[in-house]
Design a protein around this ligand. Structure first.
Ligand code: SER
Length: 308
């Protein structure tokens, strides 16, 4: 897995190890993971170094690549050229190395950031207008086209899902617009207050980490003959920042929230409020388990222990 130390990687790796065996999953990241154990396979890798990636895939006889390394939307607006370079060239490296070594399968997440202000915002269909206004979104649309191109031209079995904001308790997200939905829990537990960088009424699609892990495993294991598409919308839940705060208040009644929108408001406003994921449901049986209440309860339980 490339980008294994990030928000998703740090929880997807243990899930894959549990399922496929510890020795069958290699972590690769520019950053060494915090809780590395003696028996874990970790290789330091810059996703832009194609030669190094080639060597790992060849020598370790890798059959499946999860490519998770990416600069997210908010950081991407601070350094658009760097975001383009990392997000696109790392993907091209994975596709080229995958093609050369006949890798069986590649998972590369896209994002709701592939949508833009002219996309229908409610129940956004899979096949719709893709005119994003962030560099992150631009790299996701270009990446989706590459995924489809490599599948059609070379038969490379690469699969992608457009992830919404991911809420999780293990590793903080880095530099995304949906980060408030994670930060709010840490601040609610530690300080009983939070200053939110989007408005109270801002609604975005979100997903809890266990469902995110499930989407990766379900998609990688899906029967290829049933897949008519390569890129899938996946929905979990949708809520406004105000609704999230109200749900947290059910557990922490003294929790207070203030809203001070910054540059990320505009990004949030350009994304859908809710997602139609019927292609994923039909073609690989996608079905998320968590709603806002279930997620909030679990997050507060997990983080209360962690932050003690
Ligand atoms: N969580 C991401 C972001 O906010 C969306 O894919 O950038």
């Amino acid at each position: 897995m490339i980008g294994s130390s990030g928000q998703i990687g740090s929880e997807l790796v243990p899930a894959l190890r549990e399922k496929y065996g510890n020795g069958n999953v290699i972590e690769a990241d520019i950053k060494t993971p915090e809780n590395l154990r003696e028996k874990d396979l970790f290789i330091s890798l810059d996703a832009l170094n194609r030669e190094a990636l080639d060597k790992i895939v060849h020598e370790c006889e890798v059959d499946t690549i999860y490519h998770m390394a990416s600069i997210l939307s908010a950081t991407g607006e601070k350094m658009p050229q760097t975001a383009w370079n990392l997000n696109m060239n790392s993907l091209v490296n994975v596709l080229e190395v995958g093609r050369k070594h006949d890798v069986e399968r590649i998972i590369w997440p896209s994002s709701i950031a592939a949508f833009g202000p002219s996309t229908p915002r409610e129940n956004t269909p899979n096949d719709t207008i893709l005119r994003p206004t962030t560099m992150y979104g631009v790299t996701k649309v270009a990446g989706e086209l590459l995924v489809e191109y490599y599948f059609k031209k070379y038969g490379l079995d690469i699969r992608s899902m457009r992830l919404p904001g991911i809420v999780s308790s293990e590793t903080l997200p880095g530099g995304g617009t949906t980060d408030y939905a994670v930060e709010i829990f840490y601040e609610a537990i530690k300080h009983k207050k939070y200053t939110c960088f989007v408005k109270e009424t801002t609604m975005l699609p979100m997903m809890y980490m266990p469902d995110c892990i499930k989407s990766h495993i379900d998609l990688v294991e899906a029967d290829g003959s049933r897949l008519r598409h390569r890129v899938f919308n996946v929905a979990g839940m949708s809520f406004t920042a105000g609704e999230l705060a109200a749900e947290i208040r059910k557990h922490i009644p003294e929790f207070k929230i203030e809203y001070k929108p910054d540059f990320r408001q505009q990004i949030a406003d350009s994304w859908p409020e809710s997602i139609d994921d019927s292609w994923a449901r039909e073609e690989w049986g996608w079905s998320p388990s968590y709603d806002l209440a279930g997620m909030t309860k679990d997050m507060i339980q997990k983080l209360s222990k962690k932050l003690k």
